[in-house]
Design a protein around this ligand. Structure first.
Ligand code: ZN
Length: 298
């Protein structure tokens, strides 16, 4: 079977209070990314953060991270677009990607979440919403514009689907030639509290796989699964068996079943399970080949 691409989701909005190994600063993110690449990650996904853990949208922070990783590794670099909320337009959300592209430091990938979603969190014990007011807006018009800009800069989109309708929109973009094939689609599953993704169960993943767009044979899709708020281990056998890839890390949960692990420890654990199941681990170079020729390092 095809080799396994491991993408490490390094930090998202996770806090050091939960696991002190969650990287915040550019130096911490660079060191962690290099350790993860060493452990078997082909793609590193991160959010720039300030020293206090708050979100950073600083171009300078992204520059330090991307140049620091690229100086020492060929791992695929996948920064977030950030600024989910507050009405930031597409140009604002991609400002750091544009600045880096102009400096010859374009990252390999950037995420496009293919649809708008409520960001609803529900506490099932207290039976109340923890958050219920936020909507993450991604109109098809904005996504079309963003996909076009990414193409200009030679940055490959990673298409994130939070639901089957999101997956259908990804299929429409692929059919319309708005994103390059093969497409890399991440299927979002989420733990109990985050009720905006598919449940992190085999049935939740199966529903995505049963609805995978396949309008034309050239519309090849490589998919990976992520579990927000939950360790990915329970789903790993199915992902490996079905030929998918894995996106996981301390950004999703603390991975306390491994003690107090680093991201590299999580990557090593996934790689070991995959090898036992007969899936070898793709190097960054192999991942580039699998995800398509258009994917050029800057
Ligand atoms: Zn992210």
């Amino acid at each position: 079977m095809e080799k396994l691409i491991i993408e490490v989701r390094m930090n998202e909005a996770a806090r050091k209070e939960a696991n002190p190994h969650v990287p915040y600063t550019p130096d911490e993110i660079v060191a962690d990314a290099l350790a993860c690449a060493e452990a078997g990650a082909a793609i590193v996904h991160f959010h720039a953060r300030n020293a206090d853990g708050s979100e950073s949208n600083s171009v300078d922070d992204y520059r330090r991270i991307v140049s620091g990783i690229r100086a020492k590794s060929d791992v695929l670099i996948h920064p977030t677009l950030g600024q989910f909320f507050g009405g930031a337009g597409p140009d604002q959300r991609m400002a750091h990607i544009e600045a880096l592209a102009e400096e010859g430091l374009a990252p390999d990938m950037a995420p496009l979440d293919t649809g708008s979603n409520n960001i609803d969190m529900f506490d099932w014990q207290a039976k109340e919403f923890v958050g219920e007011g936020q909507v993450y807006v991604n109109t098809a018009a904005n996504l079309r514009y963003m996909a076009g800009r990414l193409r200009e800069w030679g940055v490959r989109p990673q298409l994130c689907s939070w639901s089957i309708p999101n997956l259908r929109l990804a299929g429409a973009f692929l059919a319309a030639g708005l994103v390059p094939a093969p497409a890399f689609v991440t299927l979002v599953l989420s733990g109990e509290r985050g009720i905006m993704g598919h449940p992190a169960t085999e049935a939740g993943l199966r529903a995505y796989l049963d609805c995978m767009p396949n309008e034309a044979p050239e519309q090849t899709i490589e998919w990976s699964a992520l579990c927000g708020g939950r360790e990915i281990f329970n789903l790993l056998p199915m992902i490996l068996r079905e030929g998918g890839h894995v996106s996981a890390g301390l950004g999703d949960t603390t991975y306390s079943s491994l003690g107090q692990p680093t991201n590299a420890d999580v990557v090593r654990a996934i790689a070991a399970i995959a090898r036992d199941a007969g899936r070898e681990i793709a190097t960054p170079e192999e991942a580039r080949a699998m995800l398509g020729k258009q994917l050029q390092p800057a």
